[in-house]
Design a protein around this ligand. Structure first.
Ligand code: ATP
Ligand code: FE
Length: 354
């Protein structure tokens, strides 16, 4: 099977061609056109600007993806597109584009949940077998999922407020570091002493896999204000604050992952595997902590390459391939959904997907 995938739910316009079968597919091309420069002046993604940029760029990005895969639209079996969750204007742009291509070519349309795209990526990159435990950590999401099948997810827990990526970005802002905050904080933390400041480890004293990261930012703000003399933060202080902040995130993720692992292992999976996805999975100390945890517990650890961890069209093409192979298709009634929880049993409160 050969699928074209289209992604436009946030601030990256992605298109890709993926070929193969479930658990054994290859990325023929993956084009991502970022919009960071368009939003930089506003300190965050502006939905209207994003939607317009997607609408303007989609045709070219799709053309580039087909071109670099050496595949024509006629050779595609189906067109997969992110139908949510995300910024509604962007999702709509992608869905309209996919519908247009579907009508023009007569090729079937497959709507994909953006989070399913992230969660199924280890099947694309490593052929990981079901069921596996997925930790999805990005700028907008943080959750533990048991992945039983292409559309069978059980949410074990997640953040009740900010996502870690958001927390890294806010921490960077508080410390006058550039955006995106994650890489900046990680780099700055390298020279820092994580023990100099005692930041909280929210919810660690509570049972379960839920997490909280917004209090960390408040605690960081308090420490920073305590240090501010002559309105400037010294380099060592900034590094120590970054290190303390990052260590707190690492500790929370590691402990909660250990708990999620216990729940997962109770199902006695044949080849126990923990997979991560999302931009925060790029963080080396976080990766190292999870790698060590997996080694201790005799579990495999899988982290897709960064380009497939952050938003991209290949994960959408692949998730579409899984659905399409299972005989699922959508039609012109496919609608864009701003909210779309993966786990249908999750309480409505969690519908934000966080
Ligand atoms: P979502 O996919 O949930 O809608 P998003 O598109 O904002 O959200 P991603 O593109 O997956 O998320 O990831 C971006 C986030 O990852 C940013 O918040 C960024 O700060 C964070 N990030 C990137 N690299 C690192 C790193 N090395 N350490 C920590 N965080 C990082
Ligand atoms: Fe995403």
């Amino acid at each position: 099977l050969t699928l074209l995938g289209i992604e436009s739910s946030c601030d990256d316009t992605g298109a890709a061609v993926v070929r193969g079968t479930p658990g054994a597919a290859q990325v023929l091309s993956s084009e991502v056109q970022g919009q960071a420069d368009l939003h930089a002046a506003f300190g965050g993604v502006v939905p209207e600007i994003a939607a317009r940029a997607h609408a303007e760029q989609l045709d070219q990005v799709v053309a580039r993806a087909l071109d670099s895969a050496g595949v024509t639209l006629q050779e595609i079996d189906a067109i997969a597109v992110t139908a949510g969750p995300g910024l509604i204007g962007g999702v709509l742009s992608g869905v309209m584009c996919a519908k247009g291509l579907s009508v023009a070519t007569g090729k079937p349309l497959v709507g994909v949940n953006h989070l399913a795209g992230h969660a199924l990526t280890p099947r694309l990159t490593d052929g990981t077998a079901f069921p596996y435990l997925m930790l999805l950590v990005s700028g907008g999401h943080c959750q533990f999922l048991l992945v039983h099948g292409p559309e069978q997810f059980t949410r074990l827990g997640g953040t009740i407020d900010d996502a870690p990526g958001e927390a890294f970005d806010k921490a960077a802002r508080l410390l006058a570091l550039p955006q995106p905050g994650g890489p900046a904080v990680e780099a700055c933390a390298r020279d820092g002493d994580a023990k100099r400041f005692r930041l909280p480890r929210p919810l660690l004293d509570r049972p379960g896999c839920d997490m909280s990261f917004s209090g960390l930012k408040t605690a960081l703000l308090r420490e920073r204000d305590g240090l501010l003399q002559d309105n400037a933060l010294r380099a060592t202080e900034r590094a120590d604050l970054c290190a303390a902040f990052q260590q707190a995130v690492v500790d929370v993720l590691r402990e909660k992952t250990a708990r999620a692992l216990d729940l997962y292992l109770a199902e006695a999976p044949a080849t126990p595997t923990i997979a991560v996805a999302g931009g925060v999975a790029a963080n080396t100390p976080i990766r190292n902590a999870l790698t060590a945890l997996c080694a201790e517990r005799g579990v495999q650890f899988t982290a897709p390459p960064l380009a497939l961890c952050t938003d991209n069209g290949a994960m959408i093409a692949y998730a579409g391939l899984e659905r399409f192979a299972a005989g699922q298709r959508d039609d012109m009634t496919l609608s864009a959904r701003p909210r779309w929880p993966l786990d249908k049993t999750a309480p409505a409160l969690l519908g934000s997907g966080k």
